[in-house]
Write a protein that binds this ligand. Structure first.
Ligand SMILES: NC(=O)c1ccc[n+]([C@@H]2O[C@H](COP(=O)([O-])OP(=O)(O)OC[C@H]3O[C@@H](n4cnc5c(N)ncnc54)[C@H](OP(=O)(O)O)[C@@H]3O)[C@@H](O)[C@H]2O)c1
Length: 172
């Protein structure tokens, strides 16, 4: 029970890796704040299935920076600062440069950077400051091998994860 009494915020907890992280954290005694974007039903089901108590789900579309700010402010106002922030939510959209229209190319870059890089940066801003004030806290960024080897079919994804790694180094 290494996380007993701790609150863990996992972004993108409705499925995949985020869901697995949430389940593992709950098994270690943590109370979970389960962020989701579209998949509220799955987040609610996960919330109800986790062991322990105090779990809650919370919605935000990270493509919209105002949603990210609202989420952080709501959590700080209602639940206080989580002990651990796991920046996991992410999108992977293919947009090979030689066959993608500029309109789609631009949309992929804007959305990918907003969700994969700017949202983790903004959440780190709000919760990192609260953690520093409290004198304790952890931020975990879920990156990708694409940060190191590039992603020829999804260059914005590789760039977003390389940016996330640099952001983590800077904030640490
Ligand atoms: N799977 C892999 O092989 C792999 C490899 C390397 C790195 N990663 C990284 O690991 C993380 C999780 O990957 P995964 O494969 O588990 O992902 P996934 O199954 O596709 O789940 C993505 C999660 O991100 C959320 N999300 C998507 N768009 C969002 C948006 N606009 N705003 C807020 N949240 C949004 C989704 O929420 P809703 O379902 O509620 O919409 C979902 O919970 C990502 O950062 C990914 O880059 C994955």
């Amino acid at each position: 029970m290494k996380l007993k009494g701790k609150t863990v915020l996992v972004t993108g907890a409705s499925r995949g890796i985020g869901r697995a992280v949430a389940e593992a954290a709950a098994a270690e005694g943590a109370s979970l704040l389960l962020h989701f974007s579209q998949n509220g039903e799955a987040a609610e089901k996960l919330c109800a299935s986790l062991p322990g108590s105090g779990h809650r789900s919370i919605q935000a579309d990270f493509a919209r920076s105002e949603d990210v700010e609202l989420l952080a402010k709501q959590i700080l106002a209602n639940h206080s600062c989580p002990d651990v922030l796991v920046n996991n939510a992410g999108v992977f959209q293919e947009h090979p440069p030689l066959i993608t229209t500029f309109e789609d190319w631009k949309r992929c870059w804007d959305e990918t950077l907003a969700v994969n890089l700017s949202a983790p940066a903004h959440l780190s801003y709000f919760f990192g400051r609260a953690m520093a004030e409290r004198g304790d806290g952890r931020i975990v960024n879920v990156s990708s091998r694409g940060a190191f080897r590039g992603e020829p079919e999804a260059p914005a994804y590789g760039a977003s994860k390389a940016g996330m790694n640099s952001m983590g180094q800077s904030l640490a």
